[in-house]
Design a protein around this ligand. Structure first.
Ligand SMILES: Cc1ncc(COP(=O)(O)O)c(C=O)c1O
Length: 437
Protein backbone atom coordinates (compact mmCIF):
# COMPACT_ATOMS: atom_id res chain seq x y z
CA UNK A 1 0.00 0.00 0.00
CA UNK A 2 1.45 3.36 -0.90
CA UNK A 3 1.27 6.87 0.49
CA UNK A 4 -2.14 8.31 -0.32
CA UNK A 5 -4.02 5.08 0.41
CA UNK A 6 -2.33 4.77 3.79
CA UNK A 7 -3.25 8.35 4.68
CA UNK A 8 -6.95 7.94 3.70
CA UNK A 9 -7.22 4.70 5.63
CA UNK A 10 -5.77 6.42 8.69
CA UNK A 11 -8.23 9.33 8.37
CA UNK A 12 -11.13 6.98 7.68
CA UNK A 13 -10.60 5.10 10.90
CA UNK A 14 -10.19 8.34 12.78
CA UNK A 15 -13.46 9.91 11.57
CA UNK A 16 -15.78 7.23 10.20
CA UNK A 17 -17.64 4.72 12.37
CA UNK A 18 -16.36 1.17 12.41
CA UNK A 19 -18.27 -1.02 9.98
CA UNK A 20 -16.80 -3.99 8.12
CA UNK A 21 -13.47 -2.75 6.73
CA UNK A 22 -10.44 -5.01 6.94
CA UNK A 23 -7.41 -2.74 6.35
CA UNK A 24 -4.98 -5.63 6.63
CA UNK A 25 -6.44 -7.76 3.84
CA UNK A 26 -8.35 -5.21 1.77
CA UNK A 27 -6.57 -1.83 1.94
CA UNK A 28 -8.32 -0.50 -1.15
CA UNK A 29 -9.02 3.24 -1.37
CA UNK A 30 -11.02 3.74 -4.54
CA UNK A 31 -10.99 7.01 -6.42
CA UNK A 32 -12.89 6.06 -9.55
CA UNK A 33 -14.25 3.20 -11.60
CA UNK A 34 -14.66 2.45 -15.28
CA UNK A 35 -16.51 -0.63 -16.50
CA UNK A 36 -15.11 -3.56 -14.53
CA UNK A 37 -11.99 -1.65 -13.48
CA UNK A 38 -11.29 0.27 -10.28
CA UNK A 39 -8.56 2.85 -9.74
CA UNK A 40 -7.19 3.66 -6.31
CA UNK A 41 -6.00 7.04 -5.04
CA UNK A 42 -2.41 6.06 -5.83
CA UNK A 43 -3.28 5.44 -9.49
CA UNK A 44 -3.23 1.60 -9.32
CA UNK A 45 -5.68 -0.29 -11.53
CA UNK A 46 -7.68 -3.33 -10.40
CA UNK A 47 -10.00 -5.80 -12.07
CA UNK A 48 -13.12 -6.02 -9.91
CA UNK A 49 -14.51 -9.45 -9.03
CA UNK A 50 -16.66 -8.06 -6.22
CA UNK A 51 -19.15 -5.68 -7.90
CA UNK A 52 -18.82 -3.73 -4.64
CA UNK A 53 -20.64 -6.56 -2.88
CA UNK A 54 -23.22 -7.20 -5.55
CA UNK A 55 -24.19 -3.57 -6.06
CA UNK A 56 -22.24 -2.49 -9.15
CA UNK A 57 -23.52 -5.34 -11.28
CA UNK A 58 -23.64 -2.92 -14.21
CA UNK A 59 -20.04 -1.84 -13.68
CA UNK A 60 -18.67 1.60 -12.74
CA UNK A 61 -19.87 4.23 -12.41
CA UNK A 62 -22.89 2.41 -13.85
CA UNK A 63 -24.28 1.43 -17.25
CA UNK A 64 -24.29 4.50 -19.57
CA UNK A 65 -28.06 4.24 -20.11
CA UNK A 66 -28.64 4.23 -16.36
CA UNK A 67 -26.35 7.23 -15.85
CA UNK A 68 -28.24 9.04 -18.63
CA UNK A 69 -31.59 8.27 -16.98
CA UNK A 70 -30.24 9.57 -13.65
CA UNK A 71 -28.91 12.80 -15.11
CA UNK A 72 -32.10 13.54 -17.02
CA UNK A 73 -34.39 12.79 -14.07
CA UNK A 74 -32.25 14.84 -11.64
CA UNK A 75 -33.30 18.00 -13.40
CA UNK A 76 -36.99 17.02 -13.47
CA UNK A 77 -37.82 15.58 -10.05
CA UNK A 78 -35.71 13.74 -7.49
CA UNK A 79 -37.72 13.65 -4.30
CA UNK A 80 -41.32 14.56 -3.55
CA UNK A 81 -42.59 12.62 -0.52
CA UNK A 82 -43.21 9.39 -2.41
CA UNK A 83 -45.10 7.82 0.50
CA UNK A 84 -47.46 10.81 0.93
CA UNK A 85 -47.69 12.39 -2.53
CA UNK A 86 -48.15 10.29 -5.64
CA UNK A 87 -45.71 10.12 -8.55
CA UNK A 88 -45.75 8.13 -11.79
CA UNK A 89 -42.09 7.05 -11.51
CA UNK A 90 -42.57 4.65 -8.59
CA UNK A 91 -45.75 3.26 -10.14
CA UNK A 92 -43.85 2.45 -13.36
CA UNK A 93 -41.14 0.70 -11.37
CA UNK A 94 -43.66 -1.24 -9.26
CA UNK A 95 -45.45 -2.40 -12.42
CA UNK A 96 -42.16 -3.52 -13.92
CA UNK A 97 -41.06 -5.42 -10.81
CA UNK A 98 -44.46 -7.10 -10.58
CA UNK A 99 -44.16 -8.14 -14.22
CA UNK A 100 -40.59 -9.41 -13.92
CA UNK A 101 -41.02 -11.52 -10.77
CA UNK A 102 -42.36 -15.09 -10.72
CA UNK A 103 -46.07 -15.65 -10.04
CA UNK A 104 -49.10 -14.97 -12.21
CA UNK A 105 -51.02 -13.21 -9.44
CA UNK A 106 -51.51 -9.50 -8.66
CA UNK A 107 -48.53 -8.01 -6.83
CA UNK A 108 -47.65 -4.84 -4.97
CA UNK A 109 -44.31 -3.30 -4.03
CA UNK A 110 -43.02 -1.58 -0.91
CA UNK A 111 -40.06 0.71 -1.56
CA UNK A 112 -37.23 1.43 0.89
CA UNK A 113 -33.53 2.23 0.82
CA UNK A 114 -31.70 -1.03 1.51
CA UNK A 115 -31.84 -4.79 1.79
CA UNK A 116 -32.39 -4.82 5.51
CA UNK A 117 -35.31 -2.42 5.12
CA UNK A 118 -36.84 -4.58 2.40
CA UNK A 119 -36.68 -7.51 4.80
CA UNK A 120 -38.16 -5.47 7.65
CA UNK A 121 -41.08 -4.68 5.35
CA UNK A 122 -41.44 -8.37 4.46
CA UNK A 123 -41.51 -9.24 8.17
CA UNK A 124 -44.28 -6.74 8.85
CA UNK A 125 -46.28 -7.78 5.78
CA UNK A 126 -46.06 -11.44 6.84
CA UNK A 127 -46.98 -10.76 10.46
CA UNK A 128 -49.92 -8.52 9.71
CA UNK A 129 -51.34 -10.58 6.85
CA UNK A 130 -51.15 -13.96 8.61
CA UNK A 131 -51.69 -12.71 12.17
CA UNK A 132 -48.88 -15.09 13.21
CA UNK A 133 -45.71 -14.12 15.09
CA UNK A 134 -43.03 -16.75 14.29
CA UNK A 135 -40.50 -17.22 11.49
CA UNK A 136 -37.98 -19.74 10.28
CA UNK A 137 -34.66 -18.79 8.76
CA UNK A 138 -31.55 -20.74 7.84
CA UNK A 139 -28.23 -21.15 9.59
CA UNK A 140 -25.61 -19.34 7.53
CA UNK A 141 -28.24 -16.94 6.17
CA UNK A 142 -27.75 -13.18 6.06
CA UNK A 143 -30.71 -10.83 5.85
CA UNK A 144 -29.44 -7.52 7.24
CA UNK A 145 -28.51 -5.76 10.43
CA UNK A 146 -31.55 -3.86 11.72
CA UNK A 147 -33.21 -5.60 14.65
CA UNK A 148 -35.84 -7.54 12.69
CA UNK A 149 -33.53 -8.57 9.87
CA UNK A 150 -30.76 -9.21 12.39
CA UNK A 151 -33.03 -11.74 14.07
CA UNK A 152 -33.30 -13.58 10.73
CA UNK A 153 -29.54 -13.44 10.22
CA UNK A 154 -27.60 -16.47 11.49
CA UNK A 155 -24.24 -15.75 9.95
CA UNK A 156 -21.38 -14.46 12.15
CA UNK A 157 -21.60 -14.04 15.93
CA UNK A 158 -20.01 -10.58 15.75
CA UNK A 159 -23.07 -9.30 13.87
CA UNK A 160 -25.21 -9.90 16.95
CA UNK A 161 -22.70 -9.08 19.65
CA UNK A 162 -24.28 -7.03 22.49
CA UNK A 163 -27.51 -6.58 20.50
CA UNK A 164 -29.89 -8.90 22.32
CA UNK A 165 -32.87 -8.67 22.35
CA UNK A 166 -33.37 -8.55 18.62
CA UNK A 167 -36.84 -9.44 17.32
CA UNK A 168 -37.98 -12.59 19.10
CA UNK A 169 -39.63 -15.55 17.40
CA UNK A 170 -37.14 -16.71 14.76
CA UNK A 171 -36.11 -20.38 14.65
CA UNK A 172 -32.90 -21.31 12.83
CA UNK A 173 -32.69 -24.52 10.86
CA UNK A 174 -29.83 -26.05 8.84
CA UNK A 175 -29.47 -24.94 5.21
CA UNK A 176 -28.97 -27.81 2.77
CA UNK A 177 -25.28 -27.10 2.20
CA UNK A 178 -24.08 -29.99 0.05
CA UNK A 179 -20.45 -29.66 1.18
CA UNK A 180 -20.84 -28.95 4.87
CA UNK A 181 -23.97 -29.96 6.79
CA UNK A 182 -24.65 -31.29 10.31
CA UNK A 183 -25.23 -34.86 9.07
CA UNK A 184 -22.01 -35.19 7.05
CA UNK A 185 -24.05 -36.05 3.95
CA UNK A 186 -22.34 -35.54 0.60
CA UNK A 187 -25.12 -33.45 -0.87
CA UNK A 188 -23.66 -33.60 -4.38
CA UNK A 189 -23.84 -37.41 -4.36
CA UNK A 190 -27.04 -37.65 -2.32
CA UNK A 191 -29.08 -34.46 -2.81
CA UNK A 192 -32.43 -36.08 -1.94
CA UNK A 193 -31.13 -37.41 1.35
CA UNK A 194 -29.88 -33.93 2.30
CA UNK A 195 -33.15 -32.27 1.34
CA UNK A 196 -35.16 -34.86 3.28
CA UNK A 197 -33.05 -34.34 6.39
CA UNK A 198 -33.63 -30.58 6.36
CA UNK A 199 -37.37 -30.95 5.80
CA UNK A 200 -37.55 -33.61 8.54
CA UNK A 201 -35.61 -31.32 10.86
CA UNK A 202 -38.14 -28.53 10.38
CA UNK A 203 -41.06 -30.91 10.88
CA UNK A 204 -39.71 -32.88 13.83
CA UNK A 205 -37.68 -30.31 15.73
CA UNK A 206 -39.63 -27.14 15.07
CA UNK A 207 -43.18 -27.78 13.91
CA UNK A 208 -43.71 -30.78 16.16
CA UNK A 209 -42.96 -28.64 19.21
CA UNK A 210 -44.82 -25.49 18.15
CA UNK A 211 -48.06 -25.08 16.28
CA UNK A 212 -47.13 -24.34 12.64
CA UNK A 213 -50.69 -23.73 11.48
CA UNK A 214 -51.34 -20.84 13.78
CA UNK A 215 -47.89 -19.67 14.92
CA UNK A 216 -45.59 -19.50 11.87
CA UNK A 217 -45.95 -16.57 9.52
CA UNK A 218 -43.09 -17.18 7.10
CA UNK A 219 -39.91 -18.93 6.07
CA UNK A 220 -37.13 -16.55 5.01
CA UNK A 221 -34.43 -17.93 2.73
CA UNK A 222 -31.72 -16.97 0.29
CA UNK A 223 -32.04 -19.05 -2.88
CA UNK A 224 -28.23 -19.24 -2.81
CA UNK A 225 -26.59 -18.19 0.44
CA UNK A 226 -24.37 -15.16 -0.24
CA UNK A 227 -22.58 -13.95 2.86
CA UNK A 228 -22.77 -17.58 4.05
CA UNK A 229 -20.35 -18.68 1.32
CA UNK A 230 -22.14 -18.77 -2.04
CA UNK A 231 -23.82 -22.05 -1.14
CA UNK A 232 -26.06 -23.58 -3.81
CA UNK A 233 -28.70 -25.96 -2.38
CA UNK A 234 -29.89 -29.11 -4.20
CA UNK A 235 -32.21 -28.44 -7.12
CA UNK A 236 -35.40 -29.80 -5.50
CA UNK A 237 -34.95 -28.18 -2.10
CA UNK A 238 -37.30 -25.27 -2.58
CA UNK A 239 -40.00 -27.48 -4.09
CA UNK A 240 -39.99 -29.57 -0.94
CA UNK A 241 -39.81 -26.51 1.30
CA UNK A 242 -42.69 -24.99 -0.60
CA UNK A 243 -44.85 -28.12 -0.11
CA UNK A 244 -44.17 -27.96 3.61
CA UNK A 245 -44.97 -24.25 3.84
CA UNK A 246 -48.16 -24.57 1.78
CA UNK A 247 -49.37 -27.36 4.06
CA UNK A 248 -49.52 -24.93 6.93
CA UNK A 249 -50.31 -21.67 5.15
CA UNK A 250 -46.81 -20.34 5.85
CA UNK A 251 -45.43 -17.67 3.50
CA UNK A 252 -42.26 -18.23 1.47
CA UNK A 253 -40.07 -15.14 1.63
CA UNK A 254 -37.25 -15.11 -0.88
CA UNK A 255 -34.36 -12.74 -0.13
CA UNK A 256 -32.86 -11.89 -3.53
CA UNK A 257 -30.90 -8.90 -2.25
CA UNK A 258 -27.57 -10.40 -3.30
CA UNK A 259 -28.53 -13.09 -5.85
CA UNK A 260 -31.33 -11.36 -7.72
CA UNK A 261 -31.33 -9.22 -10.85
CA UNK A 262 -29.34 -11.37 -13.21
CA UNK A 263 -26.45 -12.44 -11.00
CA UNK A 264 -27.15 -16.15 -11.54
CA UNK A 265 -28.10 -15.90 -15.22
CA UNK A 266 -31.83 -15.71 -14.44
CA UNK A 267 -33.61 -12.54 -13.44
CA UNK A 268 -34.18 -14.04 -9.97
CA UNK A 269 -32.16 -16.90 -8.52
CA UNK A 270 -35.30 -18.71 -7.35
CA UNK A 271 -36.23 -19.24 -11.02
CA UNK A 272 -33.56 -21.95 -11.19
CA UNK A 273 -35.56 -23.89 -8.63
CA UNK A 274 -39.03 -23.49 -10.16
CA UNK A 275 -40.76 -22.19 -7.05
CA UNK A 276 -42.98 -19.11 -6.70
CA UNK A 277 -42.44 -17.18 -3.45
CA UNK A 278 -45.12 -15.04 -1.79
CA UNK A 279 -42.68 -12.19 -1.11
CA UNK A 280 -39.40 -11.33 -2.85
CA UNK A 281 -36.98 -8.79 -1.45
CA UNK A 282 -34.37 -6.96 -3.51
CA UNK A 283 -31.93 -4.05 -3.10
CA UNK A 284 -28.17 -3.77 -3.83
CA UNK A 285 -27.91 -3.88 -7.64
CA UNK A 286 -31.41 -2.46 -8.13
CA UNK A 287 -29.64 0.82 -7.39
CA UNK A 288 -27.37 0.56 -10.43
CA UNK A 289 -24.69 1.59 -7.95
CA UNK A 290 -26.10 5.12 -8.07
CA UNK A 291 -29.02 5.60 -5.68
CA UNK A 292 -29.91 3.62 -2.55
CA UNK A 293 -33.09 1.62 -3.07
CA UNK A 294 -34.66 -1.61 -1.83
CA UNK A 295 -38.01 -3.23 -2.44
CA UNK A 296 -40.33 -5.95 -1.21
CA UNK A 297 -42.54 -7.36 -3.98
CA UNK A 298 -45.49 -9.30 -2.59
CA UNK A 299 -48.87 -10.85 -3.30
CA UNK A 300 -51.38 -7.98 -3.36
CA UNK A 301 -53.71 -9.73 -0.93
CA UNK A 302 -50.99 -9.53 1.77
CA UNK A 303 -50.93 -5.72 1.71
CA UNK A 304 -51.38 -3.63 4.86
CA UNK A 305 -55.05 -2.87 5.40
CA UNK A 306 -54.58 0.59 6.87
CA UNK A 307 -52.42 3.62 5.89
CA UNK A 308 -49.64 4.26 8.40
CA UNK A 309 -48.99 0.66 9.42
CA UNK A 310 -45.71 0.84 7.52
CA UNK A 311 -44.05 3.70 5.66
CA UNK A 312 -40.84 5.71 5.43
CA UNK A 313 -39.42 8.96 4.06
CA UNK A 314 -37.48 8.00 0.95
CA UNK A 315 -39.66 5.16 -0.38
CA UNK A 316 -40.90 5.90 -3.89
CA UNK A 317 -38.18 8.49 -4.46
CA UNK A 318 -38.59 9.59 -8.07
CA UNK A 319 -34.89 9.61 -8.95
CA UNK A 320 -34.27 6.17 -7.43
CA UNK A 321 -37.36 4.79 -9.19
CA UNK A 322 -36.26 6.02 -12.62
CA UNK A 323 -32.77 4.63 -12.14
CA UNK A 324 -34.06 1.25 -10.90
CA UNK A 325 -36.49 0.94 -13.80
CA UNK A 326 -33.64 1.43 -16.24
CA UNK A 327 -31.51 -1.06 -14.26
CA UNK A 328 -34.15 -3.77 -14.64
CA UNK A 329 -34.37 -3.11 -18.39
CA UNK A 330 -30.58 -3.22 -18.82
CA UNK A 331 -30.16 -6.35 -16.68
CA UNK A 332 -32.51 -8.23 -19.01
CA UNK A 333 -30.19 -7.52 -21.91
CA UNK A 334 -27.18 -8.82 -19.95
CA UNK A 335 -28.59 -12.25 -19.08
CA UNK A 336 -27.10 -13.90 -22.21
CA UNK A 337 -23.62 -12.63 -21.25
CA UNK A 338 -23.99 -14.06 -17.75
CA UNK A 339 -25.10 -17.43 -19.10
CA UNK A 340 -22.31 -17.47 -21.70
CA UNK A 341 -19.63 -16.92 -19.08
CA UNK A 342 -20.97 -19.50 -16.60
CA UNK A 343 -19.14 -22.37 -18.32
CA UNK A 344 -15.83 -20.50 -18.36
CA UNK A 345 -16.03 -19.94 -14.60
CA UNK A 346 -17.19 -23.47 -13.86
CA UNK A 347 -14.46 -25.11 -15.96
CA UNK A 348 -11.66 -22.98 -14.60
CA UNK A 349 -12.75 -23.25 -10.97
CA UNK A 350 -13.27 -27.00 -11.15
CA UNK A 351 -9.72 -27.23 -12.54
CA UNK A 352 -8.47 -25.24 -9.56
CA UNK A 353 -10.26 -27.65 -7.26
CA UNK A 354 -8.69 -30.64 -8.97
CA UNK A 355 -5.22 -29.12 -8.88
CA UNK A 356 -5.00 -27.56 -5.44
CA UNK A 357 -5.40 -29.35 -2.12
CA UNK A 358 -6.50 -26.06 -0.56
CA UNK A 359 -9.55 -25.66 -2.80
CA UNK A 360 -12.15 -27.81 -1.05
CA UNK A 361 -15.33 -26.87 -2.84
CA UNK A 362 -16.46 -24.91 -5.87
CA UNK A 363 -20.08 -23.90 -6.39
CA UNK A 364 -22.12 -21.39 -8.28
CA UNK A 365 -24.34 -20.38 -11.14
CA UNK A 366 -24.07 -17.65 -13.77
CA UNK A 367 -21.61 -15.09 -12.42
CA UNK A 368 -22.09 -16.03 -8.75
CA UNK A 369 -19.24 -18.31 -7.71
CA UNK A 370 -17.82 -19.41 -4.39
CA UNK A 371 -14.54 -21.15 -3.64
CA UNK A 372 -14.17 -22.75 -0.21
CA UNK A 373 -10.59 -22.93 1.03
CA UNK A 374 -9.59 -25.68 3.45
CA UNK A 375 -6.44 -26.97 5.12
CA UNK A 376 -6.79 -30.20 3.09
CA UNK A 377 -9.47 -31.98 1.14
CA UNK A 378 -9.84 -34.91 3.52
CA UNK A 379 -10.43 -32.97 6.74
CA UNK A 380 -12.34 -30.10 5.05
CA UNK A 381 -11.15 -27.87 7.89
CA UNK A 382 -11.78 -24.21 6.94
CA UNK A 383 -8.49 -22.39 6.31
CA UNK A 384 -9.33 -18.80 7.22
CA UNK A 385 -5.73 -17.65 7.15
CA UNK A 386 -5.19 -19.02 3.64
CA UNK A 387 -8.39 -17.38 2.44
CA UNK A 388 -7.25 -14.02 3.81
CA UNK A 389 -3.85 -14.42 2.19
CA UNK A 390 -5.48 -15.15 -1.17
CA UNK A 391 -7.61 -11.99 -0.92
CA UNK A 392 -4.55 -9.92 0.03
CA UNK A 393 -2.25 -11.36 -2.62
CA UNK A 394 -4.89 -11.13 -5.37
CA UNK A 395 -5.29 -7.45 -4.58
CA UNK A 396 -1.54 -6.97 -4.78
CA UNK A 397 -1.71 -8.60 -8.22
CA UNK A 398 -4.58 -6.35 -9.33
CA UNK A 399 -7.70 -8.44 -8.68
CA UNK A 400 -10.37 -7.41 -6.16
CA UNK A 401 -11.88 -10.39 -4.32
CA UNK A 402 -14.15 -10.59 -1.29
CA UNK A 403 -14.39 -13.25 1.36
CA UNK A 404 -17.63 -14.85 2.45
CA UNK A 405 -18.63 -17.69 4.78
CA UNK A 406 -15.90 -18.85 7.10
CA UNK A 407 -13.13 -19.48 4.59
CA UNK A 408 -14.66 -18.90 1.17
CA UNK A 409 -14.10 -16.39 -1.58
CA UNK A 410 -16.84 -15.06 -3.78
CA UNK A 411 -16.25 -14.31 -7.43
CA UNK A 412 -18.93 -11.87 -8.54
CA UNK A 413 -17.70 -9.62 -11.34
CA UNK A 414 -20.02 -7.01 -12.83
CA UNK A 415 -22.40 -8.64 -15.30
CA UNK A 416 -20.99 -6.46 -18.08
CA UNK A 417 -17.61 -8.24 -17.93
CA UNK A 418 -16.20 -9.45 -21.25
CA UNK A 419 -14.80 -12.92 -21.84
CA UNK A 420 -11.27 -11.49 -22.06
CA UNK A 421 -11.65 -9.69 -18.74
CA UNK A 422 -13.13 -12.78 -17.10
CA UNK A 423 -10.19 -14.87 -18.32
CA UNK A 424 -7.76 -12.27 -17.02
CA UNK A 425 -9.36 -12.33 -13.56
CA UNK A 426 -9.38 -16.12 -13.44
CA UNK A 427 -5.73 -16.13 -14.53
CA UNK A 428 -4.77 -13.82 -11.66
CA UNK A 429 -6.77 -15.98 -9.25
CA UNK A 430 -4.93 -19.12 -10.42
CA UNK A 431 -1.52 -17.44 -10.18
CA UNK A 432 -2.41 -16.18 -6.70
CA UNK A 433 -3.43 -19.58 -5.38
CA UNK A 434 -0.43 -21.20 -7.04
CA UNK A 435 1.96 -18.74 -5.43
CA UNK A 436 0.54 -19.36 -1.96
CA UNK A 437 -0.49 -23.03 -1.96
C1 LIG B 1 -29.06 -11.65 1.09
C2 LIG B 1 -28.95 -10.31 1.76
N1 LIG B 1 -30.03 -9.78 2.38
C3 LIG B 1 -29.99 -8.59 2.97
C4 LIG B 1 -28.83 -7.85 3.00
C5 LIG B 1 -28.81 -6.53 3.68
O1 LIG B 1 -28.76 -5.52 2.74
P1 LIG B 1 -28.31 -4.03 3.16
O2 LIG B 1 -26.87 -4.09 3.52
O3 LIG B 1 -28.61 -3.21 1.96
O4 LIG B 1 -29.15 -3.65 4.32
C6 LIG B 1 -27.68 -8.35 2.38
C7 LIG B 1 -26.41 -7.60 2.42
O5 LIG B 1 -25.35 -8.11 2.19
C8 LIG B 1 -27.74 -9.61 1.75
O6 LIG B 1 -26.67 -10.14 1.13
Amino acid sequence: MSGKSREWIYLHHKYVATTTHDPENLPLVIERGEGVWLYDVDGNKYLDFSSSIGVNNLGYPSHPEVVKALVEQASVLAHAAGTDFYNPYQVRLAMKLAEETPGEFPKKVFFGNSGTEANEAALKIAKTSTGRPLFISFIGGFHGRTHGALALTASKSVQKKRQFPWMPGVFYVPYPNPYRNPWGIDGYEHPDELVNRVIEFIEEYVFDKLAPWDEFAGIFFEPIQGEGGYVVPPKNFFTELSKLARNYGILLIDDEVQMGLGRTGAMWAIEHFGVVPDIITTAKSLSGGLVPIGAAIFRSDLDFKQPGMHSNTFGGNALASVVALKVVEVVKTLLPNVRNLEGLFRDELVKLKEEFEKVGDVRGLGLAWGLELVTDKRSRKPDVDFRNRVVREALRRGLVLLGCGKSSIRLIPPLVISEEEAKEGLRILRETIKSLA
